[in-house]
Design a protein around this ligand. Structure first.
Ligand code: NAG
Ligand code: NAG
Ligand code: NAG
Length: 381
């Protein structure tokens, strides 16, 4: 069923209040003004899929103010407070879209990579892609987004590890990219912006990935290569599932001792379709909120893989799909105010120390000697 959103009537997003910059404290995102822990109520925002980023046509998902204004208004109808954007062009100006989402009360999770050649790590042979031009590309994204107060975090990689085979090769490189980004931020940004990894929910490598990135090399918690956050793209709750059958209970158990915030950087299994989104009650219920910091629904626009909440038409209008209304009804059952006004625990958590024995799966990389930054390679050689 389609519901046409008459955009002229709907008008622009309501300006709530510009957001307060969030900080990571222990395993939570914290609003430093209120001292409350923050739950991500997010949507993946990448109109056109990966083709929505097209440097040859000066196009990416956050470069057209009219589009951002239109979509911020629709996302406000859901109660969204965060968007995740995957592929961006560091040469475009994102000021208008960033300020529209900021005024609409929404944070941004930004991926520094893209699927184009030279703009992400090659997971099986990462040494063939870890070059200065690539690292510069990730720095250019940081440079482009670092001053926005509603920037929540950067993802240094997305699903680079998808099996034990890539778990054997990629981890030191992902951790090196995280280090390079954190050093760049330390030297060039006015605040500490969190950096972390967005994992595929592949259970054979999930625990090792989390530990590989959160652990402290030589026990040094402030080691620059240590991730500030850990996120997972999880599709284990499908249809009319529950806390146990979805194995959400196992994820909560796994991540209970986490030293960094953990959240779903994607969720929303679409088999069966249309979706019923009963996982919303679980994600924002008391079983999970002490361990997880919410999640990001995949995804805003309808693309070939059929996960859309809305259909974006060529003439710039948007049709709300059935999943939009269903999701809206599930969010409406939550009390957003009480959800977002739980005092942060204030707990400082000691991360595990990196060691071979921390890694469980045979074949997953357990070497914590990281590749040197490409800019220093000639000196190191
Ligand atoms: C990377 O950026 C640095 C600093 O701006 C510059 O000196 C260097 O030439 C760039 N390298 C490549 C390969 O683009
Ligand atoms: C919370 O966990 C209990 C015990 O596993 C389960 O019975 C209940 O359905 C869960 N609640 C939600 C909202 O998922
Ligand atoms: C760990 O990785 C480093 C850097 O790639 C390498 O020099 C070293 O030989 C590796 N150690 C082991 C035990 O494989």
């Amino acid at each position: 069923m389609l519901f046409r959103a008459a955009l002229t009537a709907l008008g622009a997003a309501t300006s709530v209040a510009a957001v307060t910059t969030l900080e990571v404290e222990g395993a939570q995102f914290v609003n430093s003004d209120t001292g409350d822990a923050f739950q991500i109520i997010g949507v993946a925002y990448q109109i056109g899929g990966s083709a929505g980023y097209d440097p040859s046509h000066g196009k990416d998902p956050l470069s057209n103010g009219d589009v951002c204004r239109r979509d911020a208004a629709l996302l406000q109808m859901l109660g969204i407070n965060t968007i995740r954007v995957y592929n961006l062009d560091p040469d475009l100006n994102h000021d208008e879209c960033a300020s529209i989402f900021n005024a609409a009360g929404m944070y941004m999770l930004i991926d520094v990579n893209s699927p184009l050649v030279g703009e992400s790590l090659n997971s099986l042979e990462p040494w063939t892609s870890y070059y200065e031009a690539y690292v510069n590309r990730t720095f250019a994204i940081v440079e482009n987004f670092k001053n926005y107060p509603n920037l929540l975090a950067f993802f240094s990689g997305n699903e680079v590890i998808d099996a034990v085979k890539t778990g054997a090769t990629a981890p030191p490189y992902i951790r090196a990219v995280t280090r390079d980004l954190k050093n760049y931020i330390k030297n060039h940004a006015d605040r500490q912006i969190p950096v972390g990894y967005s994992a595929a929910d592949v259970r054979s490598v999930l625990e090792d990935s989390w530990n590989y990135f959160q652990c402290a090399i030589n026990g040094n918690k402030n080691d620059m290569s240590r991730a500030d956050i850990f996120a997972l793209n999880s599709y284990s709750w499908c249809g009319n599932s529950n806390f146990h059958d979805s194995s959400y209970d196992q994820l909560v158990e796994l991540f209970t001792p986490t030293s960094v915030p953990v959240f779903y950087s994607e969720f929303g299994c679409n088999t069966p379709s249309p979706r019923i989104f009963t996982e919303i009650g679980a994600i924002y219920g008391s079983n999970m909120t002490a361990v997880f910091s919410g999640g990001v629904v995949y995804e805003y626009s309808q693309e070939a893989n059929n996960y859309g909440l809305v259909q974006v038409n060529d003439d710039g209008t948007v049709d709300l799909l059935a999943d939009f209304r269903t999701l809206q009804n599930q969010y409406a059952k939550l009390n957003f105010d009480s959800l977002q006004s739980v005092k942060a625990s204030g707990k400082s958590i000691t991360p595990p120390t990196c060691s071979e024995s921390l890694i469980k799966e045979d074949g997953f990389n357990n070497n914590f000697t990281l590749p040197v930054p490409p800019s220093r390679r000639s000196e190191a050689d």
